[in-house]
Write a new protein. Structure first.
Length: 577
């Protein structure tokens, strides 16, 4: 802890607090109730994605107050600010979903700009929903300041007819309703009870996946992501995170001391063994990019291939985040990985201790219900698998958690749709055949624009009982709540002239998650001839504004769909200016 007047010689806040020339700046701080002692202390940005868009974010404002108490207790001056969130559950299934992935970049950019503009010395970032978690972590690594991440916590499961239910059940109920298997009244009852509290979606969807990543990668205090959002005990983690960041300032431990190639591998292990969201294959490379580390989709998938899947979470399994927390949470999962020699123990964490030192203090053990032992996993390979072939030269990704080996290969004729809306309309009227591979293209980062998730379509298929009778591939994304044989992130995307742009109805497609193949039964010559006849990317209605700008800048899905050159090209570190 830093006591008395801090030495700001090497801290950014000296630019706004020190010396006679900064009298105007100090006058603003006095206007906000700070005194001379507060101004002399390190300034810690406390960034939240608080808003009233969804339950994921609604408790972040309260949790930020606990963080600020921790910063003050450790002799720092907290400065709270907010940034945006686009919540996928609300944005899903319509044009609003195009804003989702682009919001990740906007979050990272706005946190960076706020930190730079006001010369804050460190960052505690709170996030609750899908893209806000990687966006906040990307900002930490980009700025390379002492940083602690804290998740807002998961929602409590709903309860209906003696069973836990989540928003995934509501999305799938839409398909059951369309199929005539659920009445209006039954759907209305489910929608009223599925989401009973504040917090992010309860299954191992993108938010909880990236929350687990935050602990495994070292940016969050161990076990801080587990408690559901309504639990008052979360405040203790908030306060501890505020104190921890002050310790990191004192020791000059920065975000890139924490986020290394080894810690990214640890994070990918946790995604695999928990059957996490395929979106981690997008977000881990993006975080790596901010540190200048080469770690792309293929690197992520290599780790997925030899990591056992042993945590039984929805959507492929039975349990939700609250159950994982009660079974010991991410620390117990990491302990199991350590038993198999699958964790780099020397990685630094937000506590200032290594992950190995942290795990030495964890008493819990696998309960063999939610967390199986690593020696007796649900399956021997990770719940998420990478694919490659003549249909995806830059790779693709599929979630196989909860699928039997027999269900992990599929060959069938293509039924091609030019966008998600066309596919959803076809699914609603059963305008497809059992055994087909549904292809949704022009939904990549640039072509969409925005790389929408396809949960409405996949949930409708599951609700119709057809989730295992067809396969689906897209250059877009799938929600972490998606189940069934659904391949996303196909690259290059259609807008960049990838092979997915050249497919025609009836082309025979083979997906094999066991061998890691995604191919179409066409020769190189046939593909080349089609490429020569290709008319170029489809026009979109986004010819100006944020989505137009995003489409111009965004790069390959394989590299994380990022929009700037990254740490490899930077000419300065913010902390050292």
């Amino acid at each position: 802890m830093l006591k008395g007047k801090a030495d700001k010689t090497n801290l950014p806040s000296r630019h706004v607090t020190e010396g006679p020339s900064r009298a105007p700046h100090r006058s603003y701080y006095y206007a906000m109730g700070l005194d001379e002692e507060d101004i002399a202390k390190p300034f810690v940005g406390v960034a939240t994605c608080w808003n009233e868009a969804a339950p994921c974010n609604i408790s972040l404002n309260r949790q930020a107050q606990a963080v600020k108490m921790g910063v003050k207790a450790a002799h720092g001056t907290p400065r709270e600010f907010t940034t945006i969130t686009v919540t996928d559950g609300i944005a899903m299934g319509h044009e609003g979903m195009r804003s989702s992935l682009a919001s990740r970049e906007a979050i990272a950019d706005t946190v960076e700009l706020t930190m730079r503009g006001h010369c804050y010395d460190a960052l505690v970032g709170l996030a609750g929903c899908d893209k806000s978690l990687p966006g906040m972590m990307m900002a930490m690594v980009r700025l390379n300041v002492p940083s602690v991440f804290i998740y807002g916590g998961s929602i409590l499961p709903g309860r209906l007819n003696g069973k836990d239910v989540t928003v995934q059940d509501v999305f799938e109920a839409v398909g059951q309703h369309q199929a005539g298997n659920m009445t209006d009244a039954e759907l209305e009852i489910l929608e009223r009870v599925a989401c009973p509290s504040a917090g992010a979606c309860g299954g191992q969807f993108t938010a909880n996946t990236m929350a687990c990543v935050s602990e495994a990668i070292g940016l969050a205090l161990l076990n801080s992501s587990g408690a559901p959002a309504p639990y008052e005990s979360r405040d203790q983690y908030g306060e501890a995170s505020g104190q921890a960041v002050m310790h990191l300032i004192e020791k000059n431990i920065r975000a890139r001391d924490v986020v290394t190639r080894k810690s990214l591998e640890n994070a990918a292990r946790v995604v695999a063994c928990t059957g996490g969201s395929t979106n981690a294959g997008l977000h881990l490379p993006a975080i790596a990019h901010e540190a200048g580390i080469d770690f792309d989709l293929f690197d992520v998938c290599e780790i997925f291939r030899d990591t056992p899947y042993f945590v039984d979470l929805k959507p492929g399994g039975q349990y939700v985040a609250k159950d994982l927390y009660e079974a010991g949470g991410v620390p117990v999962v990491l302990k199991e990985l350590r038993k198999a020699g699958l964790i780099h123990e020397d990685c630094m964490t937000a506590s200032g201790r290594s992950i190995g030192e942290e795990l030495d203090m964890i008493k819990g053990e696998a309960d063999n219900k939610v967390i199986y032992s690593v020696e007796n996993p649900i399956t021997q390979t990770g719940g998420v698998v990478g694919l490659k072939g003549n249909l995806a030269p830059e790779g693709a990704i599929v979630k196989v958690a909860g699928m039997s080996v027999a269900e992990q290969s599929f060959t069938g004729p293509a039924r091609v749709f030019e966008c998600e809306e066309d596919a959803f309309e076809a699914v609603k009227v059963r305008g497809y055949e059992e055994g087909e591979v549904l292809v949704i293209r022009n939904e990549g980062p640039a072509g969409g624009p925005g790389m929408r998730e396809m949960l409405s379509t996949t949930a409708a298929l599951s609700g119709q009982g057809m989730g295992k009778k067809v396969a689906l591939i897209t250059d877009g994304r799938f929600s972490g709540a998606t189940r069934g044989f659904c391949v996303g992130h196909v690259g290059p995307e259609a807008a960049h002239g990838g092979p997915i742009a050249l497919l025609q109805n009836g082309d025979v497609i083979t997906i094999n998650a066991i061998t890691g193949e995604l191919k179409v039964d066409l020769t190189e010559a046939e593909l080349a001839a089609r490429k020569a006849d290709w008319k170029g990317p489809r026009d979109t209605i986004y010819a100006s504004g944020a989505l137009w700008k995003y489409a111009q800048l965004v790069g390959s899905t394989r590299l994380g769909a990022v929009t700037h050159p990254g740490a490899k090209m930077e000419k300065h570190i913010y902390m050292d200016l």
